[in-house]
Design a protein around this ligand. Structure first.
Ligand SMILES: Nc1ncnc2c1ncn2[C@@H]1O[C@H](COP(=O)(O)OP(=O)(O)OP(=O)(O)O)[C@@H](O)[C@H]1O
Ligand SMILES: [Mg+2]
Length: 295
């Protein structure tokens, strides 16, 4: 897609600046030759040269990116930059053409081989797409608990496999309230607003308690007030244990909530901005997203 630009090299390990001599070195040398740099303990997910070609289209090329514990990492980029393709590899939907994915498991970064979204989910990466997989005629509560419905106590549960609806509704109500939404979890999904549907999708990811939550355009198709709520919700997810990968076209949203912003252009990560450290302005990001193209 693009010719190799000169800044590719410097992006090989975007957060390696903080690495140096880390105590994690011992782990890195213990039979993990694939881990390219010191295993700094902040990192919960690492990609190394992750690449996806669709025939001649280089959708994602050599993306090496770290996600740290307890942070919101945003991925910004123009249409077609490769954002969705990148996260589809993280969520097991697409198999990489080459490159590696590592996740922190039992204290060390372990290489992952996902052959389905279930594999990624089981490994701790939950991905929320817009309205993804929600069953429109089922209730919000049923959607949230899909595949993990609690059974009633006693023989009704273990013998007759009756689902404990009351528990499910109560827990759904609590979870939705936790993320700032107050509607009846018995409502069928197709009667909910865009923002409420998005809340159901996020609640469904959260209830599985994954360490990493990926949100692809969580605020598209959502009203302005809905957007504010979703953003508050996203902001509240890192609770010391959870990390978020957020994809959004809304640069203001990204600048507002993200701890770091990876800018993608033509399949590559061209820059990783730290919103705590760098004085990141909206225009900087837009400019970085488009730089090559406009010359
Ligand atoms: N299944 C596919 N087959 C062929 N090409 C694809 C496929 N999926 C994506 N692409 C191409 O890969 C490139 C990256 O697409 P991708 O959807 O990852 O971009 P994106 O950054 O998510 O864009 P948007 O902001 O529009 O969602 C585009 O050129 C796209 O046309
Ligand atoms: Mg996309």
């Amino acid at each position: 897609m693009s010719q190799s630009d000169s800044d590719t090299e410097s992006d090989a390990a975007p957060s390696a600046d903080a690495a140096g001599a880390q105590p994690g070195d011992a782990t890195a040398s213990a039979g993990e030759p694939e881990v390219p740099v010191a295993d700094d303990e902040e990192v919960v997910l690492r990609t190394k040269d992750l690449t996806k070609f669709f025939g001649a289209i280089e959708a994602v090329r050599d993306v090496s990116l770290d996600v740290n514990a307890d942070e919101i990492l945003a991925i910004a980029g123009d249409n077609g930059a490769g954002k969705t393709t990148f996260i589809k590899m993280l969520s097991g939907v697409l198999e990489p053409t080459r490159g590696e994915i590592f996740l922190r498991q039992d204290g060390r970064l372990e290489r992952q081989y996902f052959s389905s979204s279930k594999d990624a989910m089981d490994a701790g990466i939950a991905t929320v797409y817009q309205g993804q997989h929600l069953s429109p005629t089922a209730s919000a509560a049923n959607n949230i608990f899909l595949g993990m419905e609690p059974l009633r106590d006693g023989p009704e549960g273990w013998l007759l496999r009756r689902v404990d609806d009351e528990y499910m509704i109560g827990e759904s109500r609590k979870l939705l309230a936790d993320i700032g939404f107050d509607f009846d979890p018995r409502t069928p999904v197709d009667e909910l607003s865009g923002g409420q549907k998005q809340a159901v999708a996020v609640a469904r990811a959260l209830i599985r308690d994954p360490p990493i939550i990926v949100l692809d355009e969580p605020t598209s198709e959502v009203s302005t007030t809905g957007t504010d709520k979703i953003i508050d919700l996203v902001r509240g997810i890192p609770d010391g244990e959870k990390s978020v990968i957020l994809i959004s076209h809304k640069i203001d949203v990204v600048v507002d909530v993200a701890d770091r912003i990876a800018v993608m252009r033509d399949g590559e990560v061209v820059e990783v901005l730290d919103t705590q450290r760098d004085d990141v302005a909206r225009m900087d990001i837009v400019e970085r997203m488009h730089r090559e193209r406009e010359r």
